[in-house]
Design a protein around this ligand. Structure first.
Ligand code: ATP
Length: 444
């Protein structure tokens, strides 16, 4: 049976899609666009009908899965179910993260011939340099975004798990901003920085006279978050004695101010974050299992920067806009190469700090390698035998290079790969020159 045998229903569906403000297309199982609604044509171009979806949305010549992307059509054909993926599409506004959902349409005889593709541009993050948003394009970053996108409209408790500096607080904000309560308060509580007694009065507030110094009633953070989001950062640092109080709040949906007798209803969306392994803490008895299951309804792991190195150029451009607005700073190629090789145990925060310092050290509009590596050279002993050669007469250049390389290997503290990049040599050339030096050494 031809996919178009049911012309009347295609017309009806097309008319329905034209009423919608978000981009929608109807495609065949051979990727051909049969109908594109007005919103799609405005975002992707008027010439869409008759062309292939992968061509219009991505500029590809072949289906997405042959270009290293997931293909929702092939996934739907295999599963018979609607499928959802996160793609980066070429739109009139530039490259955008788009939540793509593909739904099979059953025809009269129950076969699947046509599919509706629904596209929702993501507000959570940007795939282009942006000073005010989370940015990233890597597959691991997109997997994380898709989870966040699914969690955002619900009120389910979200647990963000990731090393320090991976962007947990930023993601919590983004989830809040793209959820249904964006206009309501976002209240962040750092569980690690508050003492046991302070935490309780900060969270629940207190009544006048509850303790010495409580001269008037004070609203707590739970009350301040009413209708919005309560973000509990470093939840793994919450002492056991406070865990039970938090559990009571989550189970009963109410709390009492310190020194108060009335139970006050609480209504907030909970997002918690930790760099600790809470499941292991539960095993070890330092975190309550019942609280863990309440918090981890929807866990999202944030990848460390070393797992998404391909995002470093985009992150660096965005962070430079943030730390030095208006200066249009660029990284010289050697500086970017060097950044790509750093371990970044402190993740994006470390990258940001490095760029901020480098921006202060750079006078022009280019960040040079030495601006980034200032710390290493600062801590290097000022004079070594090789460096003193500069002050004790002229040397043949070849000998000077040879001594300099020896000095760099011994004192820079860099791996061979990092050193080669810092010297703007390929690793192979560095090895060759070092080997040449060693061969000549006995005769020297
Ligand atoms: N995807 C991203 N794009 C741009 N900037 C980011 C991104 N993720 C994090 N950052 C920046 O990195 C820094 C650290 O982020 P954030 O404070 O959210 O991390 P964190 O995981 O909450 O850290 P900690 O656990 O130490 O509190 C911030 O300056 C933030 O703006």
């Amino acid at each position: 049976m031809s996919p178009l045998s049911n012309e009347a229903s295609l017309d009806t569906i097309s008319r329905m899609l034209d009423e919608l403000s978000e981009p929608r297309i109807v495609i065949t199982e051979h990727f051909e666009i049969l109908h594109a609604n007005q919103a799609y044509r405005a975002a992707y171009g008027a010439e869409a009908p008759g062309r292939h979806c992968y061509e219009v949305s991505h500029g590809y010549q072949r289906p997405c899965d042959e270009e290293g992307e997931s293909c929702p059509l092939r996934m739907t054909l295999a599963s018979g179910q609607p499928e959802r993926v996160l793609h980066i599409h070429r739109t009139a506004h530039g490259d955008e993260h788009v939540d793509v959902e593909l739904m099979p349409l059953a025809d009269i005889s129950g076969h699947r011939h046509l599919f509706i593709e629904k596209m929702k541009p993501l507000q959570l993050a940007s795939s282009q340099a942006a000073a005010d948003k989370m940015v990233g394009r890597s597959a691991v970053f997109r997997r994380m975004l898709l989870l966040a996108q699914r969690a955002a409209p619900s009120r389910a408790a979200v647990l963000l798990i990731g090393e320090s500096g991976t962007g947990k607080e930023g993601l919590a904000h983004a989830i809040h901003d793209s959820g249904g309560a964006a206009q309501r308060p976002f209240i962040a509580v750092d569980c690690a920085s508050l003492s046991e007694t302070l935490l309780e009065s900060e969270l629940f507030g207190y009544e006048k006279g509850a303790f010495t110094g409580a001269n008037q009633r004070k609203q707590g953070l739970v009350e301040a978050a009413h209708g919005g989001t309560l973000f509990l950062d470093e939840i793994g640092d919450l002492p056991l004695s406070q865990q039970v109080k938090l559990l009571r709040l989550l189970e009963s949906g109410s709390f009492r101010r310190v020194g108060g007798i009335n139970s006050i209803p609480a209504s907030f969306r909970l997002i918690a974050a930790t760099h600790r392994n809470l499941a292991a803490m539960v095993e070890a008895g330092s975190f309550r299992a019942d609280l863990y299951y309440r918090l981890a309804v929807f866990p999202i792991r944030l990848p460390p920067l070393r797992e998404r190195r391909e995002d470093i150029p985009l992150l660096a451009a965005s962070l430079l806009e943030r730390v030095a607005p208006g200066r249009r700073l660029q990284l010289e190629p050697a500086a970017l190469q060097w950044l790509l090789q750093q371990p970044f145990n402190g993740n994006i925060r470390e990258l940001r700090n490095l760029l901020e310092r480098a921006s202060l050290l750079s006078d022009g509009d280019v960040i040079a390698l030495e601006n980034l590596r200032a710390d290493e050279w600062n801590s290097t002993p000022p004079a070594t035998p090789a460096m003193q050669d500069f002050h004790c007469g002229l040397l043949p250049l070849e000998q000077l290079e040879s001594r300099y390389l020896q000095w760099a290997v011994e004192h820079s503290g860099l791996s061979r790969q990092q050193l080669a990049s810092a010297l703007q040599l390929t690793e192979r050339t560095l090895y060759r020159r070092l080997a040449g030096r060693q061969k000549k050494a006995p005769a020297a």
